[in-house]
Design a protein around this ligand. Structure first.
Ligand SMILES: [Zn+2]
Length: 243
């Protein structure tokens, strides 16, 4: 036979498309899991991310890991050092100040956009989120508290519905997690819970100025807990974290 029959070609094409899609999904999953580990402080600044170990943990080839690490490096979450490899980034105090400065510019704009389009559905999602934060706090689930605190700010960006602004907020949020881990007192939660509630109440009243004032106060509180202690390079068991 000179040609494959159409069915097998079609099914092979479908299979190939499925494999490509599967590869993309896998890549996104690995990216999400590494980023979550950073956000939840299971992977701390200075941790070496060994390509071959990650490849073994996620059961993919090293090329796939390299792609994920390149994306994280592009976003500032990972630093690559020639001949040494990739490490979870350790933002300096100066970089930390820049990140808070950027958040003070970006987030008020997001809050104002959200106030302009707020409705019952969005409000209930915001209140639900804060309820989750509160219950994580009550249960003493520190990892969840850290993750949910950061996600509150991302949720606002998601609701505004601008992909480029959401991308910026994601990057700033990941870097803030690293900064909090590096420079915060170990037992201070990322965001005081009641401050999120106050921001939502102002949004509900459609009082953009008050919501922005509360947000700035909130960012001030987070930044005020920073100190100058520096993280150290750590050896960690990647299998334990992702296994
Ligand atoms: Zn917050």
């Amino acid at each position: 036979m000179l040609t494959d029959n159409p069915t097998s070609v079609a099914s092979r094409k479908a299979r190939t498309a499925g494999q490509i899609l599967g590869t993309a999904v896998k890549r996104d999953t690995i990216y999400d899991r590494i980023l979550s580990a950073v956000m939840e402080h299971r992977l701390i600044p200075g941790t070496r991310l060994v390509e071959e170990k990650l490849a073994a943990v996620f059961e993919v080839n090293r090329t796939r890991i390299r792609e994920v690490l390149a994306r994280l490096a592009h976003e500032g979450v990972v630093t690559t050092i020639p001949n040494r490899g990739a490490f979870v980034a350790s933002p300096s105090v100066e970089e930390a100040r820049h990140i808070f400065h950027a958040r003070r510019i970006l987030e008020p704009a997001l809050i104002r956009s959200l106030v302009a389009q707020i409705n019952e559905d969005l409000l209930s999602q915001l209140y639900d989120h804060v309820a989750q934060e509160r219950s994580a706090r009550e249960q003493g689930d520190k990892r969840a508290v850290i993750r949910l605190s950061g996600e509150f700010h991302l949720l606002i960006a998601e609701m505004v519905g601008s992909p480029p602004l959401l991308k910026l907020m994601r990057e700033l949020s990941s870097l803030t997690c690293l900064i909090i881990l590096l420079y915060d007192s170990p037992n201070v939660p990322a965001c005081p819970n009641h401050e999120h509630s106050l921001i939502i109440e102002a949004i509900e009243k459609r009082d953009a100025d008050q919501a922005v004032d509360l947000l700035i106060t909130h960012l001030d509180h987070i930044e005020a807990t920073l100190d100058l202690s520096v993280g150290e390079e750590q050896e960690v068991d990647l299998h334990e974290i992702f296994g």
